[in-house]
Write a protein that binds this ligand. Structure first.
Ligand code: FEO
Length: 398
């Protein structure tokens, strides 16, 4: 169903209530998602983005509610990932007169994905395409979150279409931010930022500053996933600026895996110590917790503690993906530490601490180790370590 969000600007996307995994199985999407495409109808007609490949016909049905797709003059592909560009081939088949407009980097990535030899009209920041009363203004946004990413701004309607930026994997009955549960909306927006955009936080800050300096009026921000920001639309830009700063909070995350519950008992005791000094703490079993939900909590926390028994002079294999994420997502401004049980060689905690240092975290030294199962003394040492970590976090927060 097409929905008009400003005069002549329509949402023609698709809500995907079924989706539970994204990027293959890399990202969990507990609340589904949407693939937002936008149609701008003026003397000329432009389609901004398409939808994921299986939904191409649904997109075309929505467009037909407004115009005959054959009348479309421009198809804008802000980004080549298939959740937005996957229906390009089918759309272009129905839009014989349309020019395919991409960012300069999009020429490579769209051709690289689809191998169609299309004729590309590549645009750069500041380029404009007049449609009549309105015109499209393009703003390249490389690495938000792919090299090709681009924003399209509808001059004359004050609508920003920033593709993945400001989006959420959030299937909803309603299309606008003021119509949905605010807690769910922000949980999904922040999970999206934490899991996708964190490594590019400096670029996010720079792009926001660059956009603000353009002094463009913004009445609506229509991202390519989730709800459209129409009530106080810049609220999400303000939030992004805050998130990009990665300021530490008085929160901690303890993540562990365990063989016979020894490291689990240590995790619980560390959590008790953190709580004793007023740090709100969440404890996750790395195997049973959802990886992306854990990373969203890590993003919000000022301290992260990782526990594993020593196995074969290293760690339980289930801990490694998490350590890789801590490094790959380039979380900043965190205090960190390791802990775990051992039987004989006992290098596990050192291995964790070395990795956490490599992530750039301030490591609280001498993470607790317990031989075989932790006894009362070892558990008290864990509580003390939790308190020490919490106090170090408090000192950092000032
Ligand atoms: Fe980068 Fe929504 O795709």
């Amino acid at each position: 169903m097409a929905i008009e969000l400003k005069q002549g600007v329509y949402w023609v996307g698709v809500v995907d209530w079924e989706l539970r995994h994204f990027h293959g199985h890399e990202l969990s999407t507990h609340r589904g998602s949407s693939y937002n495409a936008y149609l701008i109808v003026d003397r000329k007609i432009a389609l901004v983005d398409t939808v994921w490949t299986p939904f191409a016909e649904r997109l075309l049905e929505n467009i037909r509610q407004v115009v005959d797709p054959a009348r479309i003059d421009y198809v804008i592909a802000n980004h080549s990932e298939v959740d937005h560009a996957g229906s390009l081939a089918e759309v272009l088949r129905h839009t014989p007169n349309a020019e395919l407009v991409v960012s300069r980097r999009g020429q490579d990535s769209i051709e690289g994905h689809f191998h169609r030899g299309w004729k590309y009209h590549a645009v750069k920041t500041g380029d404009r395409i007049p449609l009549g009363e309105t015109e499209l203004l393009f703003i390249e946004a490389p690495m938000l979150h792919w090299p090709d990413s681009m924003f399209t701004y509808v001059v004359g309607r004050n609508v920003l279409l920033p593709n993945d930026a400001f989006g959420q994997h959030y299937a909803t009955a309603f299309r606008f931010n003021d119509e949905v549960d605010q807690e769910e909306l922000y949980a999904e927006a922040q999970k999206y930022y934490a899991n996708i955009l964190t490594p590019y936080s400096e670029l996010v800050t720079r792009k926001i500053n660059e956009f603000v300096a353009l002094k463009l009026p913004v009445d609506v921000i229509g991202p390519s996933h989730g709800v459209i920001w129409r009530k106080d639309p810049l609220q999400i830009v303000t939030r992004y600026a805050e998130w990009a700063a990665q300021k530490p909070a008085r929160r901690a995350v303890v993540i562990y895996d365990t063989m016979w519950n020894g490291t689990r008992r240590m995790a619980d005791a560390i959590g008790e110590g953190l709580a004793e000094v007023g740090v709100d703490t969440k404890i996750f079993h790395a195997v049973t917790a959802d990886r992306n939900d854990v990373l969203a909590e890590v993003f919000k926390a000022g301290a992260v503690l990782v526990g594993s028994p020593t196995l074969n002079r290293g760690l339980l294999p289930t801990i490694w993906p998490l350590l890789q994420d801590l490094k790959g997502l380039q979380f900043k401004n965190k205090i960190a530490g390791g802990f775990g049980t051992y039987g004989w060689s006992g290098e596990g905690v050192q291995v964790i601490e070395a990795h956490l240092k490599d992530c750039g975290f301030e490591v609280v030294p001498e993470g607790p180790r317990a031989k075989w199962q932790p006894d009362v003394t070892a558990l008290e040492a864990c509580r003390a370590f939790g308190r020490k970590t919490g106090e170090a976090l408090a000192a950092r927060l000032g």
